[in-house]
Design a protein around this ligand. Structure first.
Ligand code: MRU
Length: 354
């Protein structure tokens, strides 16, 4: 499996997911500005993967600061200038995309670590510490995904057909995946008959990325147009829906790829379990409910065009929210690395997130 995010010798390489499955090319970032741009442009995407990239982006900023201010020694003026530079870089990276909280969470974690060691160890020491912290975030994410997989597979009944939306796989994380981590583990336990991957307009993460990932692993997958999900459920062909998340509020409301809310409503109607799989870094307990989550709106062009060609009359308008909010009452369980949260989510979330 190709790695979405790689760090090697001071260079951050991001697998260009806009080109998959046709081409597997990496975009290289040698400073934090390039990293922020790559996140905004969806070179890398998926909540944990943009968090990991943002963390490395801040490490790049710290090395930039060491190059720019380090030669003048670690005087108090130099340290103040480096601090300001790092804070500005963190703010740029954290705002590269607004909905997934993993991004600002990871950037702040690396910033805090760098600023903590800066007074004692100087700018170069702070840069090394920032890089170590970014690596730690990546490794922790991979470990979290494995645990999410095991916890989630326990909920899947043998012989199930599972539906998923967007891509919450290895490409969206440090590796293995959240929703796809559950599916991979359940498949390994011989519990999965087949996976329905919704194509996920307009970026087609389901068609281009999820189908590709699952096929590489030899997991049986069938692609659906997003609008076919309800009909397929009505035929009794879906045992469970498992999706990822971009931000989870304190009451259990979940922001995830546009179309997730519709699936949760359909699950309620058809009495199908609707599971959300996410690491605890996706929880934002500062928000009491999903109404406080900023939903990213992307360009109208993503709807009005398909592969560079107009699919609507000239002058047509489009609305393009990239995410939606699924209310907690539609969610059967949230699967994390620290355990599975069952309703009432608002009360039980405290058992997995401090
Ligand atoms: O716009 P994207 O591709 O970044 O959206 C991704 C999703 O909505 C995923 O489901 C979510 O980030 C979870 S990834 C483990």
């Amino acid at each position: 499996m190709l790695q979405a995010v790689k760090w090697d010798e001071g260079v951050l390489s991001l697998l260009d997911q806009r080109l998959l499955p046709g081409d597997a090319k990496y975009v290289t970032c040698t400073d934090h500005r390039q990293t922020a741009q790559a996140i905004t442009d969806m070179v890398v995407r998926g909540a944990p993967a943009i968090g990991i990239s943002g963390g490395y982006g801040l490490a790049l900023a710290a090395f930039e600061a060491a190059g720019e201010f380090g030669s003048t020694g670690d005087s108090s003026q130099t340290l103040a200038a480096a601090t300001q530079f790092l804070r500005e870089a963190a703010s740029m990276l954290a705002s590269a995309r607004p909905t997934a909280v993993n991004l600002s969470w990871a950037v702040e974690r690396v910033l805090d670590r760098a600023l903590l060691v800066l007074p004692q160890e100087g700018i170069t020491g702070a840069a090394e510490a920032a890089l170590t912290e970014a690596r730690r975030i990546e490794l922790e994410d991979i470990e979290a995904n494995r645990k999410i997989g095991v916890n989630g597979a326990a909920l899947i009944r043998a012989g199930s057909t599972i539906m998923t939306h967007c891509n919450a796989g290895a490409l969206a994380t440090g590796g293995w995946g959240t929703a796809l981590g559950v599916i991979r583990q359940a498949w390994a336990e011989n519990k999965v008959a087949m996976v329905y991957a919704n194509e996920t307009r307009p970026w087609l993460q389901g068609a281009r990325l999820t189908a590709w990932e699952l096929m590489q692993d030899g997991i049986s997958v069938t692609l659906l147009a997003d609008s076919a999900a309800g009909y397929v459920m009505s035929l009794g062909k879906v045992g469970a829906v498992v999706v990822g998340a971009d931000r989870i509020a304190a009451n259990g409301d979940v922001a995830n790829k546009i179309g997730t809310y519709s699936l949760a409503c359909l699950c309620k109607h058809h009495n199908i379990p609707f599971y959300v799989a996410a690491p605890v870094s996706t929880f934002d307990l500062s928000l009491t409910s999903g109404s406080g989550i900023k939903v990213e709106e992307r360009s109208e062009k993503e709807i009005l065009e398909f592969m560079g060609k107009a699919v609507a009359p000239p002058g047509a308008r489009a609305f393009n929210p990239s995410f939606d909010i699924t209310p907690a009452e539609l969610i059967s369980a949230i699967i994390t690395e620290n355990g599975t949260v069952f309703p009432p989510l608002e009360k039980n979330i405290a058992s997995v997130v401090k």
